[in-house]
Design a protein around this ligand. Structure first.
Ligand code: GTP
Ligand code: SPV
Ligand code: MN
Length: 587
């Protein structure tokens, strides 16, 4: 046995001594194992089979009603020095955090089965991929990890192989505990490549390969090793000449990544030959290649997507892939036992997400953060290059958020440093993806506020450091699909029509179109955005492309105060860039 497998066995023994499970199961990722687990969960009521005619092999899971989203206030980064976690993270000293967590874990798996899940984030043969092992007492977590990661024997073999080369794996320990919100923590020990999560069974709190490993721990590793781990979708846009360019886009949770990643071109574009290829919908690992470009992989193998709002009209690719082999969490069901959520034009909910008889007075039928878990391969637009070991080259990086006012539909950074400032200055209205108030504007740099595993000041400096001689960095843009008019309605149709904005972005990358140079960056000339035939009020179009100097002076002032909150660690280059914009706004 390799020393790595010995280390893994020792850790499993140690965890078993602490948590005292009745049984230990090593997951191999086989179909037989998945079937057995499903049968067990159905028998226990953890999974409810849905209509087998319309939704073969689909199941509904109802979570505990106080465990429905990520819990940012209970998510901590435990570095020896508080300053290394930064003001952007909750922090606890490692020794104290371990003691606190181990007290929670003591004996917590009595009467339960402990599952050991070896997994690989990224294509199993890619040098960019990284492995981890999650130990959990939740079969629902196993079933989700099976879809979201490359899980089982192949990952274990890679862990063993890499051990010989001295490459460690990430250790994640998870228990649902009693699902008590008062006894819940998600702790990260980046220097130990360790995660401890207790008391939640939901999404990013519990599927430790996702936000905990592929973002918080990976971002920390990426800084040390010279790459980027980002909360970004990756999409390929093929033009009528058959050329495909890849775009990575960072939007905060529930702000449109899955939708943009699977976009279906508007009819005119489709007829002209435009195609959209999905590489990833949530996480992107980017590494500088020998050619100076950034090459990206999607570390995930599935989608854990927001259900509400997903429809034939908004995201037909998503809807089509949800017809079989899907786990639905916290959606409603119809009388004929089909899944249902707000935004579906047909069907009537009879049971809400909690399993109660549906009554409009009780709120939405599906929880606003209800989700589907589905294999990426089931997506009709899944890119044939999504599994390429070297990744795909990124031509443009797009930042965006929900801003009902001020922020234009699209603008372009002048250069990399300006692009990093645009990312660092991002703000967005909060959504149901995390517990807490919804609709409050907060700074969310690069959409990583809940996910950056170290001090944001250092993170901004890390981003700036990619601007090296010979680097062929992507162009940087900012978009806002969420501007509202005085009537409270969205000004921009969004969804498939977002391709009209991506087309302009790609023309700018090619250098084939001029732009309007403003204090905040380059904006499209209205005539260069293909919006004819959309029936938009021309007044609205100019509003979407307008730079409100007074509003931006206030915004740029707030950005200054925000950068100041990172003190010495905020790079001087970002301050200078901000001051340059503040000056330009005075003209
Ligand atoms: P996470 O999985 O939480 O990281 O979310 P996400 O960024 O993938 O968000 P998703 O694509 O699932 O969209 C979340 C919500 O935003 C859904 O209700 C969508 O219908 C809505 N949405 C997505 N794109 C657009 C758009 O272009 N315009 C408008 N108005 N709404 C959109
Ligand atoms: C997000 O909140 O950004 C998600 C869902 O993608 S979760 O996996 O719960 O983090
Ligand atoms: Mn996300």
């Amino acid at each position: 046995m390799s020393s790595q497998l010995e280390a893994l066995n020792r850790w499993v023994d140690e965890v078993a001594r602490l948590t005292q499970p009745d049984r230990i199961v090593w997951c191999d990722g086989s179909d037989a194992e998945a079937r057995q687990l499903n049968d067990l969960m159905v028998a226990r009521g953890d999974l409810i089979p849905l209509n087998a005619n319309t939704h073969p092999n689909c199941f509904l899971h109802r979570s505990s009603k106080s465990d429905v989203a990520r819990v940012e206030h209970l998510t901590l980064v435990c570095t020896p020095e508080r300053e290394d976690a930064g003001p952007n993270n909750h922090w606890m000293a490692p020794a104290e955090a371990h003691a606190k967590m181990d007290a929670l874990f003591a004996g917590c798996m009595k009467g339960r089965t402990m599952y050991v899940i070896p997994y690989c984030m990224g294509p199993i043969d890619s040098p960019i991929s990284r492995c981890g092992v999650e130990i959990t007492d939740s079969p629902y977590v196993v079933a989700n990890m099976r879809i979201m990661t490359r899980m089982g024997s192949a990952a274990l073999a890679r862990i063993e192989r890499e051990g010989a080369q001295g490459k460690p794996f990430v250790k994640g320990l998870h228990s649902i505990g009693e699902l008590d919100p008062e006894r819940r923590f998600i702790m990260h020990f980046p220097e130990e490549l360790t995660i401890k999560s207790f008391g939640s069974g939901y999404g990013g709190n519990a599927l430790l390969g996702k936000k905990c490993h592929a973002l918080r721990i990976a971002s920390y590793q990426a800084r040390r090793e010279g790459w980027l781990a980002e909360h970004m979708l990756i999409v390929g846009i093929e033009n009528p000449k058959g050329e495909t360019k890849y775009v990575a886009a960072a939007f905060p949770s529930a702000c449109g990544k899955t939708n943009l990643a699977m976009l279906i071109p508007p009819e005119g574009y489709r007829k002209a030959g435009w195609k959209v290829w999905t590489v990833g919908d949530d996480i992107c690992w980017m590494t500088p290649g020998a050619d100076g470009r950034l090459w990206a992989i999607n570390p995930e193998a599935g989608f854990f997507g927001v259900a509400p709002g997903t429809s034939q009209k908004t995201n037909p690719n998503a809807l089509a892939m949800l017809g079989h082999d899907t786990i639905f969490t916290n959606v409603a069901v119809t009388a004929d036992n089909n899944p249902w959520w707000e935004g579906l034009p047909d069907g009537t909910p009879v049971k809400d997400w909690q399993g109660r008889d549906y009554q409009p007075g009780n709120g939405p039928a599906a929880h606003p953060n209800s989700r589907f878990t589905v294999a990426a391969k089931q997506c009709a637009s899944f890119s044939p290059h999504a599994e390429d070991a070297k990744g795909v080259p990124i031509s443009a990086i797009v930042f965006g958020g929900r801003r009902e006012s001020l922020v234009p539909l699209v603008f372009q950074a002048r250069d990399w440093t300006h692009g990093v400032l645009i990312g660092a200055a991002m703000a967005s209205e909060t959504t149901a993806a995390a517990t807490g108030a919804v609709g409050v504007v907060r700074r969310d740099p690069m959409a990583m506020k809940p996910f950056c595993g170290y001090n944001y000041g250092d993170y901004f400096a890390h981003w700036l450091s990619f601007d090296q001689p010979g680097a062929k960095l992507p162009q940087v843009f900012h978009v806002n699909w969420f501007r509202k008019g005085s009537d409270g309605k969205f000004l921009w149709p969004g969804f498939g029509d977002n391709l009209r904005v991506l087309e302009w972005i790609l023309k700018r990358v090619e250098g084939s179109t001029a732009a309007h140079d403003t204090a905040i960056g380059h904006l499209p000339h209205a005539a260069d955005l293909d919006v004819a035939g959309l029936g938009l009020d021309p007044h609205h179009v100019s509003e979407l492309l307008h730079v409100d100097a007074e509003g931006w002076k206030r915004e740029i002032g707030e950005i200054g105060a925000y950068l100041d909150s990172y003190g010495e660690r905020a790079p001087a280059a970002l301050h200078r860039e901000r001051e340059r914009i503040a000056e330009a706004l005075k003209d």
